[in-house]
Design a protein around this ligand. Structure first.
Ligand code: ZN
Length: 231
């Protein structure tokens, strides 16, 4: 069965932090306007679904097993939605808005992604956006009120991927609204940094529940019996 893919026509995704102090909208353009990915990241070893005309272009939805991206959100693994900054707009509550009352529409601060991601023009004083440099050229953002980790951005010139793709940044897929993350065709295309990952988490992604079992055939047969008994 072929993997389902995201639409080829323009569509929008919405998300934000837990307390809604930080919200964003991603506007994905039609297929021909999405950049083709270089071949490098899409190696067979990393791919979870076969390449096709949609997933060989931005956005990249990728599970990330690296140590930093596991520890920072405190999750077993991270899943990123990777796209150009020009696709994303942020809407921020002013810092003086109270936790319980929703900020008035006219008080909301709308910013382009580069202003949001750029620590030099930090919105920290006026909004709940908080930056953290997790390595010399890595900038992450959080909500200073609820703690949600939202973005990862590689500052500086970046590697071959940046040279081929131009600017891009990562949005934690877990911050997307349910309707967005559950839309038809939304799902990880690849997993990165497998060697850094927790072995059982990598196996779970690669092999499904049989990756958790010692003696696959025997245990799977037992699980099947238990499943049937529950019916
Ligand atoms: Zn928040």
């Amino acid at each position: 069965m072929a993997a389902k893919t995201l639409p080829k026509t323009p569509f929008q995704l919405h998300g934000g932090c837990f307390c809604t102090a930080i919200r964003y909208t991603i506007s994905v353009p039609e297929l021909s306007e999405r950049k083709l990915l270089p071949k490098t990241p899409l190696t067979l070893e990393r791919l979870l679904v076969p390449p096709n005309e949609v997933n060989e272009r931005m956005p990249v939805i990728s599970i990330d097993h690296c140590h930093a991206c596991r520890r920072v959100p405190g999750a077993i693994m991270e899943c990123w939605f990777i796209c150009p900054p020009s696709w994303v707009q942020f809407t921020l509550q002013p810092r003086d808005s109270s936790h319980d009352s929703k900020a008035n529409e006219e008080d909301l601060i709308k910013v382009e992604s580069m202003a949001y991601l750029d620590e030099d023009k930090s919105l920290a004083g006026r909004t709940w956006v908080t930056h953290y440099k997790s390595s010399e050229h890595s900038n992450r953002t959080f909500c200073g009120r609820c703690g949600t980790h939202l973005t990862f951005f590689k500052t500086g010139l970046g590697g071959p991927m940046r040279q081929a793709m131009g600017l891009f940044f990562d949005i934690a897929a877990g911050t997307l609204d349910k309707e967005s993350v559950e839309m038809e065709g939304f799902g990880p295309v690849m997993q990165a940094w497998k060697d850094d990952g927790i072995p059982w988490a990598v196996k779970l992604v690669s092999e499904g529940k049989k990756g958790l079992l010692d003696d696959t055939a025997e245990d799977l047969a037992k699980l099947k019996v238990e499943d049937e008994e529950k019916k």
